[in-house]
Design a protein around this ligand. Structure first.
Ligand SMILES: Nc1ncnc2c1ncn2[C@@H]1O[C@H](COP(=O)(O)OP(=O)(O)OP(=O)(O)O)[C@@H](O)[C@H]1O
Ligand SMILES: [Mg+2]
Length: 418
């Protein structure tokens, strides 16, 4: 907030106003005017001043009131901006894309669990969307405005985990210059998410278990316990079931965390999600540019095994968008390993003839199912369907015909006018 005079040595109030607005677009500037210079005040308002106040201020309370009103407006604008940004990032961050039964089951579980405090264990290979699911569980629920604290158990330094989680008192150890609240306490009333929980050292597992039983934290170096109420979520890409049997993960902790499991299937087991995921990422990576995948590029994506799952798909498209300069992504814009998948999936003439190439038929089934689903989702809008599927309109027409999709909605071919 700026309150400026109009008549000043090196620069007029109007010039100042313009420069300040240019440098700090969200600044609010109010101007003080001398006796009777209403025209300049009006000019200032036109240039974006908040308001003007006439000098001299008698009583001074007028000025106080004026500034308070201005402060209220500034705060309101900031708050609106914050809320808008927040809801935008939240919808884009927590949008879980996919029509496969695997993903639909996950979405159903999320809506059933989002308003509860039930502990949830999310399991799945790297890049399958575990963190996305954890955030959706928290931010789609009625407790969304409460804190969500994510703890990456894999990257915490083992010796610091305890003080990070439970906090510490000033002087608890060398370097503890002031006391600090732990992550558990910062998540109070909300959710704490232990990412890669399988990486927690056994000793910390014991401490975490005790916390879950007692619901109290005692900061390092303190003898006071603090009640903390958090919902616990955990994610793992390891097979904790096998690990507790081997003794590398505490069985009792495993059962506490694993009240409900959400298992995310690897992408290669839900290839039918690839086209919509690809369309979603392309729109996010190059908004409004309608970037599409060539038929063979899409085939390669459908055939590849995706060890890095959705994250790998996202990275691969990001690279293709950055490298390719046109609006179509071709096979050679894809990394070699993925491009090769297309060659392998291409049936040789002999195989096609024998009709026993399982891989190619699988792909066709997937393709047919995907096109049919997208086509019905967009109510037969071919332009939109092509865009969502990442194929050209001509290719879409060919495929619709080949798979007899949408035939009933179309006039019979013989009556089509040229
Ligand atoms: N179904 C989906 N819809 C949209 N985006 C997804 C989906 N699944 C994953 N993603 C995206 O893929 C990326 C990886 O997801 P996320 O970080 O949640 O995976 P992760 O299972 O936690 O992986 P890691 O084990 O590597 O930590 C993110 O950018 C996420 O937004
Ligand atoms: Mg993760």
């Amino acid at each position: 907030m700026v309150l400026t005079d109009m008549v000043m040595p090196r620069m007029s109030g109007l010039e100042f106003l313009e420069q300040a607005k240019r440098a700090y677009p969200r600044i609010e500037v109010a101007v003080m005017t001398g006796h009777g210079s209403v025209e300049t005040a009006v000019q200032a308002m036109k240039l974006g001043a908040y308001d003007y106040i006439a000098k001299p201020f008698a009583p001074l309370d007028d000025l106080r009131l004026f500034l308070r009103r201005m402060a209220d407006k500034v705060r309101l604008v900031e708050e609106n901006l914050y809320l808008r940004e927040r809801s935008e990032t939240e919808t884009s961050l927590h949008g879980i894309i996919g029509n496969s039964t695997g993903i639909q089951n996950v979405l159903r579980l999320i809506s059933r669990l989002k308003d509860t405090r039930t502990p949830v264990l999310i399991s799945g290979e790297s890049g399958t969307g575990k963190e996305l699911v954890a955030r959706a569980l928290h931010f789609r629920g009625t407790m969304a405005s409460r804190p969500f604290v994510a703890v990456d158990c894999g990257s915490l330094v083992p010796t610091l985990i305890e003080s990070e989680l439970f906090g510490y008192e000033k002087g608890a150890f060398t370097g503890a210059l002031r006391s600090k609240q732990g992550l558990l306490q910062s998540a109070d009333t909300g959710t704490i998410f232990f990412d890669e929980v399988g990486e927690l050292p056994l000793e910390m597992q014991a401490k975490l278990l005790r916390f879950l039983q007692e619901k109290e934290v005692r900061p390092v170096g303190s003898n006071l316990k603090v009640k903390v109420d958090v919902r616990i979520m955990a994610a793992t890409n390891r097979d904790l079931d096998a690990e507790y049997q081997k003794g590398t993960f505490r069985k009792d902790l495993y059962f506490r965390l694993n009240v409900v499991t959400i298992s995310l299937p690897p992408l290669r087991e839900r290839r039918s999600d690839i086209p919509i995921l690809a369309a979603f990422f392309l729109e996010r990576l190059a908004p409004g540019r309608a970037v599409q995948l060539s038929g063979s590029a899409m085939k390669a994506l459908l055939a590849y095994d995706w060890p890095g799952n959705v994250r790998e798909l996202e990275n691969c498209l990001e690279r293709a968008v950055a490298l390719g300069d046109q609006s179509i992504i071709e096979v050679n814009d894809l990394p070699n390993a993925i491009a090769r998948a297309e060659v392998q999936a291409e049936p040789s003439a002999a195989q096609e003839f024998s009709g026993r190439d399982l891989r190619a038929t699988d792909l066709e089934d997937i393709e047919r199912a995907t096109i049919a689903r997208v086509f019905s989702q967009v109510n037969g809008d071919k332009a939109l369907a092509g865009k969502m599927l990442g194929i050209s309109r001509a290719t879409l027409y060919r495929k619709l015909k080949r798979y007899h999709i949408g035939a009933r909605e179309e006039p019979p071919e013989s009556t089509t006018l040229q």
